[in-house]
Design a binder for this molecule. Structure first.
Ligand code: GKR
Ligand code: MG
Length: 433
Protein backbone atom coordinates (compact mmCIF):
# COMPACT_ATOMS: atom_id res chain seq x y z
CA UNK A 1 0.00 0.00 0.00
CA UNK A 2 1.45 3.40 -0.88
CA UNK A 3 1.77 5.62 2.18
CA UNK A 4 0.90 9.32 2.12
CA UNK A 5 3.75 11.32 0.61
CA UNK A 6 5.59 8.28 -0.71
CA UNK A 7 7.87 9.97 -3.20
CA UNK A 8 9.15 6.81 -4.82
CA UNK A 9 9.04 7.07 -8.61
CA UNK A 10 6.62 4.46 -9.96
CA UNK A 11 6.22 5.63 -13.53
CA UNK A 12 8.06 7.83 -16.00
CA UNK A 13 6.38 8.93 -19.23
CA UNK A 14 8.36 10.39 -22.10
CA UNK A 15 6.43 12.10 -24.85
CA UNK A 16 8.27 13.44 -27.89
CA UNK A 17 6.30 16.13 -29.68
CA UNK A 18 6.57 18.43 -32.66
CA UNK A 19 5.58 21.99 -31.94
CA UNK A 20 4.79 24.72 -34.50
CA UNK A 21 7.59 27.22 -35.10
CA UNK A 22 7.54 30.26 -37.42
CA UNK A 23 10.15 30.77 -40.18
CA UNK A 24 12.73 32.54 -38.01
CA UNK A 25 16.12 33.11 -39.63
CA UNK A 26 19.50 32.59 -38.06
CA UNK A 27 23.00 32.15 -39.32
CA UNK A 28 22.51 28.42 -39.85
CA UNK A 29 19.30 28.65 -41.83
CA UNK A 30 15.66 28.94 -40.86
CA UNK A 31 13.53 27.28 -38.22
CA UNK A 32 11.62 24.22 -39.39
CA UNK A 33 7.81 24.54 -39.38
CA UNK A 34 7.73 22.10 -36.47
CA UNK A 35 10.44 21.58 -33.90
CA UNK A 36 11.02 18.60 -31.59
CA UNK A 37 10.68 18.82 -27.80
CA UNK A 38 10.53 16.10 -25.18
CA UNK A 39 8.01 16.24 -22.34
CA UNK A 40 8.88 14.22 -19.22
CA UNK A 41 6.30 13.16 -16.62
CA UNK A 42 7.30 11.49 -13.38
CA UNK A 43 4.65 9.83 -11.21
CA UNK A 44 5.31 8.94 -7.58
CA UNK A 45 3.77 6.25 -5.40
CA UNK A 46 1.52 8.79 -3.70
CA UNK A 47 0.12 9.77 -7.09
CA UNK A 48 1.97 13.06 -7.50
CA UNK A 49 3.09 13.99 -11.02
CA UNK A 50 6.01 16.21 -11.95
CA UNK A 51 6.73 17.59 -15.42
CA UNK A 52 9.87 18.63 -17.28
CA UNK A 53 10.79 19.64 -20.82
CA UNK A 54 13.95 19.51 -22.91
CA UNK A 55 15.32 19.21 -26.43
CA UNK A 56 13.56 16.40 -28.26
CA UNK A 57 15.88 15.40 -31.10
CA UNK A 58 16.54 11.68 -31.60
CA UNK A 59 19.89 11.68 -29.84
CA UNK A 60 18.21 13.01 -26.67
CA UNK A 61 15.44 10.41 -26.87
CA UNK A 62 17.91 7.58 -27.35
CA UNK A 63 19.43 8.27 -23.96
CA UNK A 64 16.34 9.57 -22.15
CA UNK A 65 14.49 6.29 -22.76
CA UNK A 66 16.91 3.86 -21.05
CA UNK A 67 17.44 6.45 -18.32
CA UNK A 68 13.71 6.68 -17.63
CA UNK A 69 13.61 2.89 -17.18
CA UNK A 70 16.21 3.07 -14.43
CA UNK A 71 14.42 5.77 -12.46
CA UNK A 72 11.60 3.61 -11.15
CA UNK A 73 12.08 2.85 -7.46
CA UNK A 74 14.19 5.94 -6.82
CA UNK A 75 12.90 8.98 -4.91
CA UNK A 76 12.22 12.38 -6.41
CA UNK A 77 14.25 13.79 -3.50
CA UNK A 78 17.38 12.07 -4.88
CA UNK A 79 18.08 14.82 -7.38
CA UNK A 80 21.88 14.63 -7.01
CA UNK A 81 21.70 10.91 -7.76
CA UNK A 82 20.20 11.63 -11.20
CA UNK A 83 23.53 12.71 -12.59
CA UNK A 84 25.56 9.65 -11.57
CA UNK A 85 22.77 7.36 -12.73
CA UNK A 86 22.60 9.09 -16.09
CA UNK A 87 26.36 8.66 -16.52
CA UNK A 88 25.98 4.93 -15.84
CA UNK A 89 23.14 4.62 -18.31
CA UNK A 90 25.12 6.53 -20.92
CA UNK A 91 28.06 4.15 -20.52
CA UNK A 92 25.78 1.13 -20.78
CA UNK A 93 24.07 2.58 -23.83
CA UNK A 94 27.50 3.33 -25.32
CA UNK A 95 26.59 6.98 -25.69
CA UNK A 96 29.82 8.23 -24.11
CA UNK A 97 31.48 9.13 -27.35
CA UNK A 98 32.34 12.78 -27.07
CA UNK A 99 31.69 15.51 -29.62
CA UNK A 100 28.35 14.11 -30.71
CA UNK A 101 28.03 16.95 -33.15
CA UNK A 102 30.17 20.01 -33.62
CA UNK A 103 29.02 23.60 -33.78
CA UNK A 104 25.38 24.57 -33.77
CA UNK A 105 23.93 27.59 -32.05
CA UNK A 106 24.61 26.32 -28.58
CA UNK A 107 28.37 25.95 -28.76
CA UNK A 108 30.05 22.62 -29.28
CA UNK A 109 27.57 19.85 -28.59
CA UNK A 110 29.36 17.29 -26.47
CA UNK A 111 28.07 14.03 -25.01
CA UNK A 112 28.39 15.67 -21.61
CA UNK A 113 26.11 18.53 -22.61
CA UNK A 114 23.65 16.10 -24.12
CA UNK A 115 23.52 14.18 -20.83
CA UNK A 116 23.06 17.37 -18.83
CA UNK A 117 20.25 18.53 -21.13
CA UNK A 118 18.45 15.27 -20.45
CA UNK A 119 19.15 15.42 -16.71
CA UNK A 120 17.67 18.93 -16.58
CA UNK A 121 14.21 17.76 -17.65
CA UNK A 122 14.19 15.03 -15.01
CA UNK A 123 15.55 17.39 -12.35
CA UNK A 124 12.75 19.87 -13.11
CA UNK A 125 10.15 17.07 -13.06
CA UNK A 126 11.46 15.82 -9.68
CA UNK A 127 11.37 19.33 -8.21
CA UNK A 128 7.86 19.85 -9.59
CA UNK A 129 6.66 16.61 -7.99
CA UNK A 130 8.45 17.33 -4.72
CA UNK A 131 7.01 20.84 -4.58
CA UNK A 132 3.50 19.59 -5.29
CA UNK A 133 3.81 16.94 -2.64
CA UNK A 134 5.07 19.41 -0.03
CA UNK A 135 2.72 22.20 -1.11
CA UNK A 136 5.71 24.41 -1.97
CA UNK A 137 6.63 26.26 -5.16
CA UNK A 138 9.83 25.21 -6.94
CA UNK A 139 11.44 28.54 -6.08
CA UNK A 140 11.04 27.67 -2.37
CA UNK A 141 12.94 24.41 -2.98
CA UNK A 142 15.74 26.54 -4.48
CA UNK A 143 15.95 28.75 -1.41
CA UNK A 144 13.08 31.13 -2.09
CA UNK A 145 12.34 33.85 -4.60
CA UNK A 146 13.95 37.24 -4.15
CA UNK A 147 11.73 38.91 -6.76
CA UNK A 148 8.05 38.50 -7.60
CA UNK A 149 8.39 38.93 -11.33
CA UNK A 150 11.10 37.97 -13.82
CA UNK A 151 11.75 40.36 -16.66
CA UNK A 152 12.15 39.04 -20.22
CA UNK A 153 13.34 40.76 -23.37
CA UNK A 154 11.58 40.66 -26.74
CA UNK A 155 13.45 38.20 -28.94
CA UNK A 156 13.41 39.72 -32.43
CA UNK A 157 14.19 37.62 -35.49
CA UNK A 158 14.57 38.32 -39.16
CA UNK A 159 11.64 36.39 -40.49
CA UNK A 160 9.83 35.36 -43.63
CA UNK A 161 6.08 35.95 -43.71
CA UNK A 162 5.52 32.23 -44.26
CA UNK A 163 7.32 28.94 -44.51
CA UNK A 164 8.09 28.01 -48.14
CA UNK A 165 5.08 27.32 -50.32
CA UNK A 166 3.88 23.75 -50.22
CA UNK A 167 5.48 23.01 -46.85
CA UNK A 168 2.86 22.03 -44.25
CA UNK A 169 2.99 24.63 -41.49
CA UNK A 170 0.84 26.66 -39.10
CA UNK A 171 0.18 30.24 -40.17
CA UNK A 172 1.38 33.01 -37.86
CA UNK A 173 0.32 36.64 -37.68
CA UNK A 174 3.74 38.30 -37.23
CA UNK A 175 4.40 39.03 -40.89
CA UNK A 176 7.84 39.35 -42.46
CA UNK A 177 10.84 41.21 -41.00
CA UNK A 178 13.70 41.43 -43.45
CA UNK A 179 14.98 45.00 -43.07
CA UNK A 180 15.25 47.71 -40.38
CA UNK A 181 11.64 48.82 -40.84
CA UNK A 182 10.42 45.23 -40.52
CA UNK A 183 12.49 44.69 -37.38
CA UNK A 184 11.14 47.86 -35.79
CA UNK A 185 7.56 46.87 -36.68
CA UNK A 186 8.14 43.45 -35.09
CA UNK A 187 9.56 45.13 -31.97
CA UNK A 188 6.48 47.37 -31.75
CA UNK A 189 4.22 44.34 -31.97
CA UNK A 190 6.20 42.64 -29.18
CA UNK A 191 5.91 45.74 -27.01
CA UNK A 192 2.19 46.11 -27.67
CA UNK A 193 1.38 42.45 -27.09
CA UNK A 194 3.63 41.75 -24.13
CA UNK A 195 5.02 45.05 -22.84
CA UNK A 196 8.67 44.11 -23.34
CA UNK A 197 11.08 46.90 -22.48
CA UNK A 198 14.30 45.46 -23.90
CA UNK A 199 15.04 43.92 -27.28
CA UNK A 200 17.39 41.27 -28.57
CA UNK A 201 17.90 40.92 -32.31
CA UNK A 202 19.07 37.59 -33.68
CA UNK A 203 21.75 38.56 -36.18
CA UNK A 204 24.28 36.75 -38.35
CA UNK A 205 21.68 36.60 -41.12
CA UNK A 206 22.44 39.65 -43.26
CA UNK A 207 25.74 41.46 -43.86
CA UNK A 208 26.72 43.35 -40.70
CA UNK A 209 25.97 46.80 -42.19
CA UNK A 210 22.31 45.80 -42.52
CA UNK A 211 22.14 44.55 -38.95
CA UNK A 212 23.88 47.72 -37.72
CA UNK A 213 21.16 49.69 -39.51
CA UNK A 214 18.48 47.61 -37.81
CA UNK A 215 19.99 48.22 -34.38
CA UNK A 216 20.20 51.96 -35.08
CA UNK A 217 16.55 51.94 -36.18
CA UNK A 218 15.58 50.16 -32.95
CA UNK A 219 17.55 52.69 -30.87
CA UNK A 220 15.76 55.52 -32.63
CA UNK A 221 12.33 53.93 -32.23
CA UNK A 222 12.85 52.92 -28.60
CA UNK A 223 15.18 55.45 -26.99
CA UNK A 224 16.61 54.31 -23.64
CA UNK A 225 15.50 50.68 -24.08
CA UNK A 226 18.26 48.07 -23.61
CA UNK A 227 19.26 46.48 -26.95
CA UNK A 228 21.31 43.40 -27.81
CA UNK A 229 22.54 41.90 -31.05
CA UNK A 230 23.42 38.18 -31.30
CA UNK A 231 24.95 36.85 -34.55
CA UNK A 232 25.77 33.45 -33.00
CA UNK A 233 29.50 33.79 -33.66
CA UNK A 234 29.10 34.60 -37.36
CA UNK A 235 31.69 37.38 -37.44
CA UNK A 236 35.47 37.51 -37.52
CA UNK A 237 37.27 39.42 -34.78
CA UNK A 238 37.79 42.36 -37.18
CA UNK A 239 34.10 42.49 -38.10
CA UNK A 240 33.09 42.18 -34.46
CA UNK A 241 35.33 45.13 -33.57
CA UNK A 242 33.86 47.19 -36.42
CA UNK A 243 30.30 46.42 -35.32
CA UNK A 244 31.22 47.22 -31.71
CA UNK A 245 32.62 50.57 -32.83
CA UNK A 246 29.51 51.31 -34.87
CA UNK A 247 26.79 50.41 -32.37
CA UNK A 248 28.57 49.52 -29.12
CA UNK A 249 27.42 52.76 -27.54
CA UNK A 250 23.76 51.89 -27.97
CA UNK A 251 23.98 48.21 -26.98
CA UNK A 252 23.45 46.76 -23.53
CA UNK A 253 25.75 43.99 -24.71
CA UNK A 254 26.93 42.26 -27.85
CA UNK A 255 26.15 38.54 -27.72
CA UNK A 256 28.59 35.99 -29.18
CA UNK A 257 29.92 38.23 -31.98
CA UNK A 258 32.78 35.82 -32.69
CA UNK A 259 33.13 32.11 -32.16
CA UNK A 260 35.21 30.68 -29.32
CA UNK A 261 36.79 32.06 -26.19
CA UNK A 262 40.09 33.29 -27.73
CA UNK A 263 38.23 35.28 -30.40
CA UNK A 264 35.80 36.69 -27.82
CA UNK A 265 38.75 37.65 -25.59
CA UNK A 266 40.34 39.53 -28.46
CA UNK A 267 37.11 41.39 -29.22
CA UNK A 268 36.68 42.20 -25.53
CA UNK A 269 40.26 43.53 -25.30
CA UNK A 270 39.78 45.78 -28.33
CA UNK A 271 36.34 47.22 -27.50
CA UNK A 272 34.64 48.58 -24.44
CA UNK A 273 31.38 46.82 -25.25
CA UNK A 274 30.27 44.16 -22.76
CA UNK A 275 30.15 40.72 -24.38
CA UNK A 276 27.60 38.06 -23.47
CA UNK A 277 27.65 34.40 -24.41
CA UNK A 278 25.61 31.26 -24.57
CA UNK A 279 28.12 29.68 -26.94
CA UNK A 280 31.63 29.82 -25.49
CA UNK A 281 30.71 29.27 -21.83
CA UNK A 282 28.26 26.39 -21.86
CA UNK A 283 29.84 24.06 -19.30
CA UNK A 284 31.67 24.50 -15.99
CA UNK A 285 34.88 23.35 -17.69
CA UNK A 286 34.77 26.32 -20.06
CA UNK A 287 34.51 28.94 -17.32
CA UNK A 288 38.15 29.18 -16.28
CA UNK A 289 39.58 30.16 -19.65
CA UNK A 290 36.76 32.57 -20.43
CA UNK A 291 36.86 34.36 -17.09
CA UNK A 292 40.63 34.52 -16.72
CA UNK A 293 41.01 35.97 -20.21
CA UNK A 294 38.14 38.42 -19.60
CA UNK A 295 36.46 37.08 -22.74
CA UNK A 296 32.89 37.56 -21.50
CA UNK A 297 31.15 39.95 -19.17
CA UNK A 298 27.76 38.20 -19.06
CA UNK A 299 27.01 34.45 -19.17
CA UNK A 300 23.61 33.48 -20.52
CA UNK A 301 22.56 30.25 -18.93
CA UNK A 302 20.30 27.72 -20.59
CA UNK A 303 19.14 25.58 -17.67
CA UNK A 304 18.73 22.65 -20.08
CA UNK A 305 22.32 22.26 -21.10
CA UNK A 306 23.72 23.47 -17.77
CA UNK A 307 21.99 20.48 -16.18
CA UNK A 308 19.01 22.07 -14.49
CA UNK A 309 17.96 24.68 -11.99
CA UNK A 310 20.39 23.87 -9.22
CA UNK A 311 23.35 23.93 -11.59
CA UNK A 312 22.12 27.29 -12.85
CA UNK A 313 22.39 28.58 -9.29
CA UNK A 314 25.92 27.15 -9.02
CA UNK A 315 26.81 28.89 -12.28
CA UNK A 316 25.36 32.15 -10.94
CA UNK A 317 27.53 31.83 -7.82
CA UNK A 318 30.70 31.31 -9.89
CA UNK A 319 29.79 34.32 -12.07
CA UNK A 320 29.24 36.43 -8.94
CA UNK A 321 32.63 35.38 -7.60
CA UNK A 322 34.32 36.64 -10.75
CA UNK A 323 32.19 39.78 -11.15
CA UNK A 324 30.68 38.39 -14.35
CA UNK A 325 26.98 39.07 -15.01
CA UNK A 326 24.41 36.32 -15.40
CA UNK A 327 21.19 36.08 -17.37
CA UNK A 328 19.46 33.53 -19.58
CA UNK A 329 19.10 32.91 -23.28
CA UNK A 330 16.63 30.45 -24.75
CA UNK A 331 15.93 28.10 -27.58
CA UNK A 332 12.52 27.16 -28.94
CA UNK A 333 10.64 26.04 -25.81
CA UNK A 334 7.22 25.70 -24.25
CA UNK A 335 5.59 26.78 -21.00
CA UNK A 336 7.10 24.10 -18.76
CA UNK A 337 10.57 25.43 -19.55
CA UNK A 338 9.43 29.05 -19.20
CA UNK A 339 8.02 28.22 -15.76
CA UNK A 340 11.29 26.51 -14.79
CA UNK A 341 13.34 29.48 -16.06
CA UNK A 342 11.13 31.88 -14.12
CA UNK A 343 11.41 29.94 -10.86
CA UNK A 344 15.19 29.77 -10.98
CA UNK A 345 15.60 33.34 -12.22
CA UNK A 346 13.48 34.54 -9.31
CA UNK A 347 16.10 33.19 -6.90
CA UNK A 348 19.27 34.49 -8.59
CA UNK A 349 20.85 37.48 -6.86
CA UNK A 350 22.07 40.29 -9.12
CA UNK A 351 20.07 39.43 -12.22
CA UNK A 352 20.73 42.71 -14.03
CA UNK A 353 19.66 41.76 -17.55
CA UNK A 354 16.24 40.65 -18.76
CA UNK A 355 16.25 36.96 -19.76
CA UNK A 356 15.28 36.12 -23.31
CA UNK A 357 12.57 33.69 -24.30
CA UNK A 358 11.28 32.23 -27.56
CA UNK A 359 7.90 31.57 -25.91
CA UNK A 360 5.97 34.36 -27.67
CA UNK A 361 6.88 32.67 -30.97
CA UNK A 362 5.21 29.44 -29.90
CA UNK A 363 1.51 29.48 -30.71
CA UNK A 364 1.10 25.99 -29.24
CA UNK A 365 1.70 24.63 -25.77
CA UNK A 366 1.02 21.51 -23.73
CA UNK A 367 -0.41 23.37 -20.73
CA UNK A 368 -4.03 23.95 -19.78
CA UNK A 369 -3.15 27.62 -19.36
CA UNK A 370 -0.38 29.52 -21.11
CA UNK A 371 2.05 31.61 -19.09
CA UNK A 372 1.62 35.32 -19.73
CA UNK A 373 3.93 38.33 -19.93
CA UNK A 374 2.78 41.53 -18.26
CA UNK A 375 4.93 44.62 -18.77
CA UNK A 376 7.50 42.25 -20.25
CA UNK A 377 7.66 40.08 -17.13
CA UNK A 378 6.34 36.74 -15.91
CA UNK A 379 4.88 36.67 -12.41
CA UNK A 380 6.60 34.04 -10.23
CA UNK A 381 4.08 31.38 -9.28
CA UNK A 382 3.60 30.53 -5.60
CA UNK A 383 1.46 27.51 -6.43
CA UNK A 384 2.93 24.13 -5.50
CA UNK A 385 5.63 22.85 -7.86
CA UNK A 386 6.12 24.73 -11.11
CA UNK A 387 2.53 25.95 -10.98
CA UNK A 388 1.63 24.55 -14.40
CA UNK A 389 -0.82 21.83 -15.48
CA UNK A 390 -0.32 19.53 -18.42
CA UNK A 391 -3.12 19.36 -20.98
CA UNK A 392 -3.02 15.70 -21.97
CA UNK A 393 -5.18 16.22 -25.04
CA UNK A 394 -2.82 18.86 -26.41
CA UNK A 395 0.14 16.70 -25.53
CA UNK A 396 -1.40 13.75 -27.37
CA UNK A 397 -2.14 15.91 -30.44
CA UNK A 398 1.44 17.19 -30.65
CA UNK A 399 2.73 13.67 -30.08
CA UNK A 400 0.54 12.43 -32.93
CA UNK A 401 2.19 14.97 -35.17
CA UNK A 402 5.57 13.54 -34.12
CA UNK A 403 4.36 9.98 -34.78
CA UNK A 404 3.05 10.92 -38.21
CA UNK A 405 6.27 12.67 -39.23
CA UNK A 406 8.38 10.57 -41.57
CA UNK A 407 11.48 11.52 -39.58
CA UNK A 408 12.28 14.66 -41.55
CA UNK A 409 11.46 17.00 -38.67
CA UNK A 410 12.39 14.90 -35.68
CA UNK A 411 15.90 16.33 -35.64
CA UNK A 412 16.01 20.10 -35.85
CA UNK A 413 17.99 21.07 -38.93
CA UNK A 414 17.79 24.75 -39.83
CA UNK A 415 20.05 24.28 -42.86
CA UNK A 416 17.82 21.57 -44.31
CA UNK A 417 14.78 23.79 -43.75
CA UNK A 418 16.56 26.59 -45.62
CA UNK A 419 17.38 24.27 -48.53
CA UNK A 420 13.68 23.81 -49.20
CA UNK A 421 13.58 27.46 -50.25
CA UNK A 422 17.14 27.64 -51.62
CA UNK A 423 18.27 24.16 -52.73
CA UNK A 424 21.96 25.10 -52.99
CA UNK A 425 22.15 26.75 -49.58
CA UNK A 426 24.92 25.50 -47.31
CA UNK A 427 25.63 26.53 -43.72
CA UNK A 428 28.17 29.33 -44.14
CA UNK A 429 31.82 28.93 -43.29
CA UNK A 430 32.71 30.48 -39.94
CA UNK A 431 33.30 33.35 -39.70
CA UNK A 432 30.67 34.26 -42.24
CA UNK A 433 31.70 37.93 -42.36
O1 GKR B 1 16.40 29.72 -32.18
O2 GKR B 1 17.42 30.49 -33.93
C1 GKR B 1 17.34 30.27 -32.71
C2 GKR B 1 18.43 30.77 -31.82
O3 GKR B 1 19.52 31.21 -32.58
C3 GKR B 1 18.86 29.73 -30.82
O4 GKR B 1 19.06 28.55 -31.48
C4 GKR B 1 20.06 30.14 -30.03
O5 GKR B 1 20.52 29.03 -29.33
O6 GKR B 1 18.67 31.80 -29.06
C5 GKR B 1 19.85 31.17 -28.98
C6 GKR B 1 20.97 32.16 -28.79
O7 GKR B 1 20.77 33.08 -27.99
O8 GKR B 1 22.04 32.02 -29.35
MG1 MG C 1 22.86 33.74 -28.11
Amino acid sequence: MPTARDLTITEVRLTPILVADPPLLNTQGVHQPYTPRLIVEIVTADGTTGVGETYGDTKYLELARPFAEQLKGRKVTDVNGLFALLDEVAVAAARVDNAVDVGGLRGVQTADKLRLSIASAFEVACLDALGKSLGLPVHALLGGKIRDTVEYSAYLFYKWADHPEGVPAEKDDWGAALDPAGVVAQARAFKERYGFGSFKLKGGVFPPEEEIAAVRALAEAFPGHPLRLDPNGAWSVETSVEVAEAVGGILEYLEDPALGTPAMAEVAARTGVPLATNMCVTTFAEIKEAFTTNAVQVVLSDHHYWGGLRNTLHLAAVCRTFGVGISMHSNTHLGISLAAMTHVASTVPGLHHACDSHYPWQSEDVLTERLTFEDGAVRVSDAPGLGVTLDHDRLAALHRRWLEDDGALRDRDDAAAMRIAAPDWLPPAVPRW
